[in-house]
Design a protein around this ligand. Structure first.
Ligand SMILES: *[C@@H]1O[C@H](CO)[C@@H](O)[C@H](O)[C@H]1NC(C)=O
Ligand SMILES: *[C@@H]1O[C@H](CO)[C@@H](O)[C@H](O)[C@H]1NC(C)=O
Ligand SMILES: *[C@@H]1O[C@H](CO)[C@@H](O)[C@H](O)[C@H]1NC(C)=O
Ligand SMILES: *[C@@H]1O[C@H](CO)[C@@H](O)[C@H](O)[C@H]1NC(C)=O
Ligand SMILES: *[C@@H]1O[C@H](CO)[C@@H](O)[C@H](O)[C@H]1NC(C)=O
Ligand SMILES: *[C@@H]1O[C@H](CO)[C@@H](O)[C@H](O)[C@H]1NC(C)=O
Ligand SMILES: *[C@@H]1O[C@H](CO)[C@@H](O)[C@H](O)[C@H]1NC(C)=O
Ligand SMILES: *[C@@H]1O[C@H](CO)[C@@H](O)[C@H](O)[C@H]1NC(C)=O
Length: 679
């Protein structure tokens, strides 16, 4: 793989001398020579017409031409511009001004073609059949262009293709159809595009792919089956995307995977089993501004893993002592420029040899660095080698700053010390009703501290550290689900060992969600309430509660409404009476309701008669209903048509992503009109 790529970067090497540019058979303005083409791996008879300001192919290109180089000219299209060259293997049309390739089969004159380069041009679309006739193609480059739409069957019959490079375009989705015939594809480069989702089964046919680059795209989601079929993939580059978590399940089918790059993605933490049983040798997750925690078992059962790059993550404060479980071959661990105050010896102990970087971390020079000082003292005798030993400095406590760890006197470093809780010790966190929230509290210390939580109620949540493999959660992690106002308060995380105790307090404030209830229509016997606000879809259903005001003991009456509702009409009310209406959600634990927004309404007196609809005849009602039904039908048809249209242009993401849009809220599903008709 490495050699393949290295070779590919050296574009062309000339081995034979120029034949003669004055040769009778050589077109004027071009050079004719024999050179060794790396792409077709042979010495080829070449006509080099690069950078000649040509608008089309020169006259009389010799029939035996094997390589035609026309890069850097001024072609605007290729319509009837490719001469009949039955032996042509290599065609370079990069760096022209080609605006469109059209819908015809423009390459039918060069059916032996192995290599085609259309990079640095201006066309945006590849229509079906444009490559018809050149199914012997092995390498296709269309890089750094304006490509946006590629028809699904453009690459049909390209079963000899080994390398496809489409980097640097504006491609935003990849239908599986592109790859159906590419059974020999080995290298696929799609970096620097605008791909935002990896669909199920996209690569199911490219079983021989070894190298896949999707770096510098906008990938947010990866279907669990996105990588199915990539059983020979060695390198997977997903860096510089918007991926929020390691796609653990999706990685499973790649049984030959050796390298995975996830750098510069918004991944917040690595959790237990994130990389379980992937046969990788190298994992890179550096240069993020989000990674803050690497939990126990994040690297678990990785028998081939040798190199782990986790540097330049300015929020990374904690790596669990058991982050690496059953990773026998770990050799290189790069942890420089993080926010680590310590690194547990367990991570690197009992390994044959491991190289480590740790400089530019805010190291705490207490008992936690004792093993580092000892390792440095042993120099080359140690199985652990710090690649930056001279740059390891204390940043805390103040009196040791900025001493180099190498210069510290080992006898002054205590073997044990009290826990040190990472992160700010007092913190306030805002969360909203109905959300869940996770507190992560971690501590260094020798002996390894035990952690527990004290809730605002005073209750102690204690999970023993010793059986962490059995439980999925770390004892320093506390998750609260379905938050409600009474969860507000101070949560204390306690870290304790036989030397001392450290404590961290987090004040949790629960805010109401943005939903407001208002009366819309008020009559003597019914009231229509509407609700608005950004939180209208936060819960699958809401309850409307109502009762007569100031009747203390009286129970609320309730109606349950789906989140798609925007209003509701309550009938059979008392005239001239003050009511309280609330929108609420059920609190399953308490068997009660959590009121989100309330409003008070005075019903009209009995003499009040609603104008308009109340007096409308049944015929009019039927007409109005007919009109509404017609409008709904039109909306449906238009949206179906619009969707079809978008699909054709590959703008449709995975269905699940648009499901919210598909449920266009029927604003007046429960309009007063309809509820009256029904009642
Ligand atoms: C073709 O010509 C261009 C411009 O004269 C030159 O830069 C390039 O090296 C030539 N390529 C080969 C293979 O001779
Ligand atoms: C094929 O080559 C012939 C002769 O060189 C030329 O007249 C014709 O336009 C070419 N066809 C295409 C599709 O380029
Ligand atoms: C991280 O960023 C630095 C500086 O921008 C760069 O030199 C390095 O190659 C990046 N590393 C990775 C793995 O992306
Ligand atoms: C360790 O080995 C390297 C070469 O492998 C040598 O340059 C260096 O001086 C040695 N250091 C010590 C402390 O022995
Ligand atoms: C690093 O951690 C310390 C506390 O341990 C925190 O105060 C600081 O803000 C963190 N640095 C960054 C860049 O987040
Ligand atoms: C954190 O807040 C508590 C009271 O809210 C206070 O007693 C304590 O001193 C504070 N700790 C720090 C480190 O500011
Ligand atoms: C928490 O549990 C551990 C072991 O299960 C025990 O040693 C410790 O005393 C407990 N702490 C509290 C505060 O209950
Ligand atoms: C919700 O409706 C009320 C009354 O119609 C209005 O005052 C308020 O601004 C609306 N709020 C939002 C977020 O639209």
């Amino acid at each position: 793989m490495v050699t393949w790529l290295a070779v590919a970067t050296v574009v062309r090497v000339i081995v034979w001398t120029v034949v003669s540019s004055t040769d009778a058979s050589c077109p004027a303005d071009c050079d004719c020579l024999v050179y060794h083409s790396l792409f077709v791996n042979a010495n080829v008879y070449t006509v080099n017409c690069s950078s000649r300001g040509l608008l089309g192919s020169p006259e009389a290109v010799p029939l035996n031409t094997q390589s035609l180089l026309m890069s850097g000219n001024r072609f605007v299209d290729l319509l009837n511009k490719i001469p009949f060259l039955p032996r042509l293997l290599e065609l370079d049309l990069s760096n022209n001004l080609i605006k469109q390739l059209g819908r015809g089969s423009i390459f039918q004159n060069v059916t032996e073609l192995r290599f085609l380069d259309l990079s640095f041009n201006k066309f945006r679309t590849l229509f079906n059949k444009v490559f018809r006739g050149i199914h012997k193609l092995e390498t296709l480059f269309i890089t750094n262009g304006h490509l946006k739409f590629i028809d699904e069957h453009v690459f049909d019959d390209m079963n000899k293709l080994k390398r496809l490079n489409l980097k640097g375009n504006a491609i935003h989705s990849m239908p599986a159809e592109w790859f159906y015939d590419m059974i020999n594809l080995e290298v696929l480069e799609l970096d620097h595009n605008e791909i935002f989702y990896l669909n199920s089964g996209t690569f199911a046919a490219v079983n021989n792919l070894r190298y896949l680059s999707l770096s510098h795209n906008r990938i947010r989601g990866i279907n669990e089956n996105a990588f199915a079929g990539l059983r020979n993939l060695r390198s997977l580059l997903l860096d510089h995307n918007h991926i929020g978590e390691v796609p653990s399940v999706a990685l499973q089918p790649m049984k030959q995977l050796k390298i995975i790059h996830l750098d510069t993605n918004p991944i917040g933490q690595l959790s237990t089993g994130d990389f379980v049983q992937v046969p990788v040798e190298e994992i890179s997750l550096s240069n993020t501004s989000t990674l803050h925690l690497i939990d126990h078992g994040a690297f678990w059962n990785l028998h081939n893993l040798e190199k782990v790059y986790l540097y330049n993550n300015p929020l990374l404060e904690y790596i669990d002592p058991h982050a690496f479980i059953n990773v026998p071959k770990l050799k290189v661990l790069k942890l420089h420029r993080n926010n680590l105050s310590a690194l547990s010896f367990e991570i690197v102990s009992r390994r044959p040899a491991v190289q480590l970087t740790l400089h530019s971390n805010p190291l705490l020079c207490d008992c936690n660095i004792r093993w580092i000082r000892k390792t440095l003292a042993r120099g080359n005798d140690s199985s652990i080698l710090f690649l930056d030993s001279d740059k390891l400095r204390c940043s805390q406590p103040q009196n040791l700053r900025p001493f180099s760890i190498e210069t510290l006197d080992l006898t002054n470093i205590p073997p044990q010390c009290e826990p040190f809780v990472i992160g700010p010790l007092n913190e306030t966190v805002d969360a909203k009703i109905g959300e869940s929230h996770t507190f992560d509290c971690r501590a260094f210390g020798i002996p390894s501290p035990k952690m527990y939580w004290i809730l605002p109620s005073g209750a102690v949540i204690n999970a023993s550290r010793d059986n962490f493999q059995a439980q999925k959660k770390h004892p320093g992690t506390l998750t609260l689900y379905h938050l409600k106002p009474k969860n507000s308060g101070v949560y204390q995380c306690i870290a304790e060992n036989n030397v001392g105790v450290a404590l961290k307090s987090i004040t949790l404030q629960i805010e109401n969600i943005d939903i407001g209830l208002f009366p819309q229509r008020v009559s003597s016997t019914f009231v229509t309430v509407v609700w608005n606000g950004t939180a209208r879809n936060n819960f699958p259903e809401y309850d409307i509660l109502y009762k007569i005001d100031n009747q203390g003991g009286e129970e609320y009456k309730t109606v349950t409404v789906s989140y798609v509702y925007r209003s509701y009409t309550i009938n059979n009310l008392e005239p001239d009476t003050s009511y309280k209406f609330c929108i609420a959600v059920k609190d399953e634990e308490e068997g009660d309701y959590l009121q989100l927004s309330c409003t008070h309404v005075q019903t009209r007196d009995a003499s009040f008669i609603m104008q308009g609809i109340y007096t409308t005849s049944n015929v009019a009602v039927a007409v109005v209903l007919g009109i509404i039904a017609g409008m709904l039908l039109t909306v449906c048809l238009v949206s179906v048509a619009a969707r079809k249209y978008r699909q054709r242009h590959y703008e449709t993401p995975e269905k699940s992503l648009i499901s919210n849009m598909a449920h266009a809220p029927p604003e007046n599903l429960n309009s007063p009109l309809m509820s009256r008709v029904g009642s």
